[in-house]
Design a protein around this ligand. Structure first.
Ligand code: NAP
Ligand code: ZN
Ligand code: ZN
Length: 347
């Protein structure tokens, strides 16, 4: 076994604190990654605080992992020692179901092994995430990071990047399409950068007027402060596609009304509480309410290669690991510009 250091939540109500545990030895298909940086996703907060239910403690969060390969198993082909490597939200899946066969492992009909707060295939051993000095992952679920990108700023591509990339590609964002992004946080700012790079006309819908200049700098053509009187009504029925990244309960009907006839809202944000939707918000204009979960391994690599080609990374604030509990509070207050990334040298 490999001894690992990390920061963990011991219970749903305790702040994160230092934690030691063991990783499995490097198997024939595994790579050992020395983690350089790990992004902080709002899903880390939801799970560390057990807001979705079923959390497993102690929990080492973190699924936006980048670092260097320090050891490879005897059958590994894709990586050699010294290569850059990334790990996102999944570290294994059943590999035999139809979804796995189509490269959509995130929708595995068997058991997908999530990077943390999950169980290995033995259904007994808990998984531990990236707020840690190292991780052992099967090479099949390990990504190649383009060498031209800033390494720390590329970490959030592993979740925030692919989670917004996947629906934008699936629903064919591109020239002539009006794409709305709801919530300018970690996912939202990646959605703006990616949709704008694809040629779509992007509008940001935000509760924070102070983010307007950033929204435009990131590539948005328009900005709507959602709480400003009459702003939502003034933008009714204009969007083709909306990526909804809101992490808390909100008025879905008001946002659905922004869609044109046949427009689609894709929910990626995961409010811990149920969000009511009026039938009238969808039936009148034949609108669609859809959902999307991260992205498969193949499309994650395609997104990383695309970002390498177009020089797209996340806007980050690099923090020492001791600041993680403050970082959570700032994210909940909508005060992150736009993704915290932990510098693992500070562990
Ligand atoms: P984040 O950085 O905290 O951003 C969320 C943004 O939502 C905030 O910055 C804020 O933007 C807006 N917001 C927050 N509360 C709101 C409210 N009550 N009403 C309206 N807007 C509100 O979080 P994130 O890391 O981007 O994650 C966003 C959500 O996506 C989380 O629920 C996370 O669990 C989920 N997620 C889902 C997937 C998936 O596969 N589907 C993957 C990763 C994350 P403004 O200040 O601009 O209003
Ligand atoms: Zn995430
Ligand atoms: Zn499967």
């Amino acid at each position: 076994m490999i001894s690992a250091k990390a920061w963990a939540a011991k219970t749903a109500t305790s702040p994160l604190a230092p934690f030691s545990f063991s990783r499995r030895d490097v198997g024939p298909h595994d790579v050992l990654i020395e983690i350089a940086y790990c992004g902080v996703c709002h899903s880390d907060i939801h799970q560390a605080r057990d807001e979705w239910g079923g959390s497993i403690f102690p929990m080492v969060p973190g699924h936006e992992i980048v670092g260097k390969v320090t050891k490879v198993g005897s059958s590994v082909h894709k990586f050699k020692v010294g290569d850059l490597a990334g790990v996102g939200c999944m570290v294994d899946s059943c590999r035999t179901c139809a979804s796995c066969g189509e490269g959509l492992e995130q929708y595995c009909e068997g058991h997908a092994v999530v990077t943390y707060n999950g169980l290995e295939k033995d259904l007994k051993t808990p998984t531990y995430g990236g707020y840690s000095n190292c991780i052992v992952v099967d090479e099949k679920y390990t990504l190649k990071i383009p060498a031209n990108l800033d390494l720390a700023a590329s970490a959030p591509l592993l979740c925030a990047g692919v989670t917004t990339w996947s629906p934008l590609v699936h629903w064919k964002a591109g020239p002539g399409m009006k794409v709305g992004v709801i919530g300018l946080g970690g996912l939202g700012h990646m959605a703006v950068k990616l949709a704008a790079s694809m040629g779509a006309e992007v509008t940001v819908f935000s509760t924070s007027k102070a983010k307007e200049a950033d929204a435009r700098r990131l590539g948005a053509k328009s900005f709507v402060e959602t709480s400003s009187a009459g702003a939502m009504e003034a933008n009714a029925r204009i969007m083709d596609l909306m990526i909804n990244t809101v992490s808390a309960p909100h008025d879905m009907d008001a946002y659905l009304n922004l869609l044109k006839r046949d427009g689609t809202m894709v929910l990626v944000g995961v409010s811990p509480e149920r969000i009511p939707v009026s039938a009238f918000s969808v039936i009148g204009k034949r609108r669609r309410l859809a959902g999307s979960l991260i992205g498969g391994i193949k499309e994650t690599q395609e997104m990383l290669d695309y970002c390498g080609k177009h020089g797209i990374v996340s806007d980050i604030e690099l923090i020492p690991v001791k600041d993680i509990n403050d970082a959570y509070e700032r994210m909940i207050a909508g005060k992150v510009r736009y993704r915290f990334v932990i510098d693992m040298k500070t562990l």
